[in-house]
Write a protein of this length. Structure first.
Ligand SMILES: *[C@@H]1O[C@H](CO)[C@@H](O)[C@H](O)[C@H]1NC(C)=O
Ligand SMILES: *[C@@H]1O[C@H](CO)[C@@H](O)[C@H](O)[C@H]1NC(C)=O
Ligand SMILES: *[C@@H]1O[C@H](CO)[C@@H](O)[C@H](O)[C@H]1NC(C)=O
Ligand SMILES: *[C@@H]1O[C@H](CO)[C@@H](O)[C@H](O)[C@H]1NC(C)=O
Ligand SMILES: *[C@@H]1O[C@H](CO)[C@@H](O)[C@H](O)[C@H]1NC(C)=O
Length: 391
């Protein structure tokens, strides 16, 4: 046991107020809760911080700082003696720290951790440290809202996160927040990874730029209660008969769980392709959040609520659709006029140059000569090229 830890434990037993000496100046140390504000890299690696940690802690908040890299054994370590086993710790809050790097052995020896908040950071997800979450198997809530590095393509983030998640096996996870991350792809591979979170109840994908979601498995996310895809870039849906599509999958999930979905803030394109979504909205038992407020963003039905439109009104653009009719007529008129003028012009030229044309036509009666000449030229060009290469 380290001397510092003995001091902490002793002072805890003897007189609790004295323990404040053992608290990092930027922290508030209570028996079960530790709060540290405005930490820097030096603070997180300091002895003063290490001394602020006790095995009684249930919640640790280290927020609003500037910590580039989370070191190994951030708060606990199992390699050392039992004074570093944080078995009571259930919540670790690391939001707002500009964290870029999370070491593979950062989250060690907090085996009962249930909630991890990494929101509002700049995590550059690394494929070197795919085992980031493997030691926190009891995790129920993971907050990665706006957690990823701004200057890295979201497709890379997704690719790397997939590896990290696949390695983690978080089968107790109930809440996963991935909102505000500029995610642009949710494909089969992503769906496969989500499937490993077999206890997932709430999935937040709001405020990304997803144009569509592939859900893929009939038996996946069977406990899902809330899917938030509000404020994304969904403008239309795949045909319902495509069983990888979101709507079909939600109906499947509904068989085992009272699932709700939020589509608010997407810009729906109300043409013939959206009719399937409209019909689904009308018939589905899935609870759709503010169903009556989903509106058409484009086309003839602009600003109408989708629920108020009749199935037959969802049409694809055609030449005779009323708003285009007059415009089209004008365009056709202009084209016809130009064509007539061109015909008149060409006839006039033909008449004036009738002698030249006659001469031109007769010249075609000697084609063999012309052809030979052309072929000769062509083969000589080829030979020239061949010599060039040899030289
Ligand atoms: C992210 O991490 C990779 C690998 O460690 C590194 O090559 C890259 O420069 C980092 N990107 C940023 C924006 O920090
Ligand atoms: C994640 O953290 C952010 C920032 O504190 C918060 O606004 C959001 O509600 C959290 N999400 C969940 C699912 O708890
Ligand atoms: C299903 O969920 C919705 C929305 O959360 C709720 O209003 C409704 O009462 C739930 N239904 C049942 C049967 O639990
Ligand atoms: C759309 O409809 C809403 C409510 O009916 C109205 O307040 C709003 O001004 C309309 N927007 C446009 C651009 O017409
Ligand atoms: C366009 O014209 C066709 C044939 O005249 C008609 O069947 C169709 O309903 C029209 N479409 C619209 C959008 O008016």
């Amino acid at each position: 046991m380290k001397p510092s830890v003995i001091v902490v434990i002793l002072c805890l037993i003897v007189l609790q107020t004295n323990c404040e000496d053992k608290c990092h100046p930027k922290c508030i140390c209570q028996t079960k809760i530790l709060r540290c504000l405005g930490f820097t890299q030096d603070d997180i690696e300091s002895d003063a911080f290490a001394n602020s940690i006790t095995t009684d802690l249930e919640r640790i908040h280290i927020t609003d700082g500037n910590i580039q890299e989370l070191p190994r054994n951030l708060v606990g370590s199992c390699a050392d003696d039992s004074s570093y086993h944080l078995d009571s710790l259930v919540k670790l809050d690391l939001q707002n720290n500009m964290i870029q790097k999370i070491n593979g052995q950062t989250l060690h020896c907090m085996k009962n951790l249930e909630e991890l908040n990494l929101a509002n950071n700049q995590w550059n997800v690394s494929t070197v440290h795919t085992r980031t979450f493997t030691n926190i198997q009891q995790l129920k809530k993971l907050n990665l809202s706006n957690a990823l590095h701004d200057q890295i393509d979201s497709r890379d983030h997704i690719k790397h996160l997939r590896l990290v998640f696949l390695e983690s096996g978080l089968d107790k996870l109930e809440v996963l927040a991935l909102d505000n991350n500029k995610f642009s792809v949710y494909d089969k591979d992503t769906a496969n990874v989500m499937c490993t979170f077999s206890a997932l109840k709430r999935l937040n994908l709001a405020h990304n730029i997803l144009p569509s979601l592939t859900f893929y498995h009939v038996k996946c996310l069977t406990h899902l209660e809330y899917l938030d895809v509000s404020y994304n870039s969904i403008s239309t849906f795949e045909d319902y008969s495509n069983h990888n599509g979101l709507l079909f999958s939600l109906d499947q999930i509904k068989k085992t769980s009272n699932v709700s979905v939020n589509f608010i803030g997407n810009e729906f394109d109300c043409d013939c392709h959206l009719q399937g979504f409209h019909d689904w909205l009308k018939r589905t038992e899935v609870h759709v959040f503010q169903k009556n407020k989903l509106t058409c963003h484009d086309g003839l039905l602009f600003n109408r609520t989708i629920m108020s439109v009749q199935s037959a009104e969802f049409k694809c653009f055609s030449v005779n659709s009323s708003s285009n009719r007059s415009g089209n007529k004008a365009a056709i008129g202009v084209l016809v006029t130009m064509f007539v003028l061109l015909a008149i012009f060409l006839s006039a030229i033909a008449y004036i140059k009738r002698d030249t044309i006659k001469h031109f036509v007769t010249s075609f009666k000697r084609p063999s000569m012309a052809k030979k000449h052309l072929l000769g030229n062509y083969s000589s060009v080829n030979n020239e090229n061949a010599t060039d290469i040899e030289v």
